[in-house]
Design a protein around this ligand. Structure first.
Ligand code: GDD
Ligand code: MG
Length: 351
């Protein structure tokens, strides 16, 4: 079976003020009644998968454990990072834990903060891709791009692989291109977005990472070796993690690896990174609004308004985001919702 490894380390700054350092977006119920972490774990809980491994920041351990317990999901481990060092080490830690027990272990790396409206299609693609991963490939799942998004990785799709259901060679993997390049890719038609999910044998990933950054693999090995069990949690060694230079799996491995394949999948994927993308993917009323919590809207259109605190009352607004919590009210035009991250940065700078 495939071991789901769920990455739950991010802070989701573009969904401020709901998403906070102590309560990031993947732990919130943003588009259904369950948190994105729980939705993610449920998606890969059927036949063909083992119980998941969750990797998160130490500060989030109790919320993570409680959410999984409530949802009846039993992780095989909740691994705690003392500090975030991005996705390449997180994946390496899981890979090392798995290969210690089974040298052939197959892992599915999956971010906890994506929305997939056709989970069955994804699971099917995953089981299909298994054969190629058994053969030593690093498999990614590709999405047909509909805008020149610069926050994603792009995959130049090569020819289909004979005998492997809808697996394509990857000519080139480009992580987060600039706007001009991204526009070219979308116009070209031969490019896919990298969904950020990967299927590979744990050992193949470690081999590839050892070629690119052997010191990271060594640091992760130390972090796992010196890890200590603390109740239901596995705490990675702090010193080993602190001292390591971070990097993402995309830059550290995928851009450089030779044997990379992509499976294009139409699974209703969205990385719901901002209020405008939550609005874009959600169910809207006849005026094109999404109104959640205590909201009174008169003559409002194309807007996302959400309150988890005080009443929002709005008149005559169009294409606006308003998000109210107990202590913050965010107001922004829909097309500038991404800029919330600048506010978070200036708040961080203030301390
Ligand atoms: N455990 C852990 N530790 N998880 C982490 C860490 C970390 O240090 N850093 C990030 N993550 C988690 C995030 O919570 C998220 O679920 C996932 O790993 C991906 O990290 P992001 O920081 O969101 O990556 P990105 O959005 O910039 O880019 C990636 O995802 C895109 C699709 O959403 C890349 O894979 C792109 O190529 C891809 O297009
Ligand atoms: Mg992301």
């Amino acid at each position: 079976p495939i071991v789901p490894v769920i990455l739950s380390g991010g802070s989701g700054t573009r969904l401020w003020p709901m998403s906070r350092t102590l309560y990031p977006k993947q732990l919130q119920a943003l588009y259904s009644d369950s948190s994105m972490l729980v939705e993610t774990a449920r998606r890969v809980s059927g036949d063909g998968f083992t119980d998941p491994i969750i990797i998160c920041n130490g500060e989030h351990r109790f919320i993570v454990a409680e959410q999984l317990l409530e949802a009846g999901i039993q992780p095989q481990a909740i691994v705690l990072e003392p500090v975030g060092r991005n996705t390449a080490p997180a994946a390496a830690v899981a890979a090392l834990m798995l290969t210690n027990k089974d040298p052939d272990a197959m892992m599915l790396l999956k971010p906890a903060d994506h929305m997939i409206t056709k989970p069955n299609v994804f699971v099917e693609a995953c089981l299909q891709a298994r054969k190629a991963a058994d053969d030593g490939a690093l498999v990614t799942f590709g999405i047909i791009p509909h805008k020149p998004e610069t926050g994603f990785g792009y995959i130049h799709k090569g020819p289909a692989l004979a005998g492997f259901n809808s697996c394509h060679r990857v000519e080139k993997f480009v992580e987060k291109p600039d706007v001009k390049t991204a526009e070219g890719y979308v116009a070209d038609g031969g490019y896919l977005w990298n969904s950020g999910m990967f299927l590979f044998r744990a050992q193949d990933y470690l081999d590839e990472l050892s070629k690119q950054c052997p010191e990271m693999v060594e640091a992760c090995r130390r972090a796992v070796h010196l890890a200590r069990q603390d109740m239901d949690f596995l705490r990675l060694d702090e010193q080993a993690f602190q001292d390591m230079k971070g990097n993402s799996i995309d830059y550290a491995v995928m851009e450089k690896a030779q044997n990379v394949l992509v499976v294009p999948v139409d699974m209703g994927w969205d990385d719901v990174g901002s209020w405008s993308s939550l609005w874009a993917v959600g169910d809207k009323d006849t005026m094109g609004n999404i109104l959640l919590g205590d909201v009174i809207a008169h003559d409002v259109a194309g807007s996302y308004m959400r309150s988890s605190g005080q009443l929002i009352a709005a008149i005559g607004m169009k294409d606006i985001v308003v998000v109210a919590t107990d202590d913050v009210i965010l107001v922004a035009p829909m097309d500038r919702a991404q800029e919330v991250k600048e506010i978070v940065k200036s708040l961080d700078d203030l301390g």
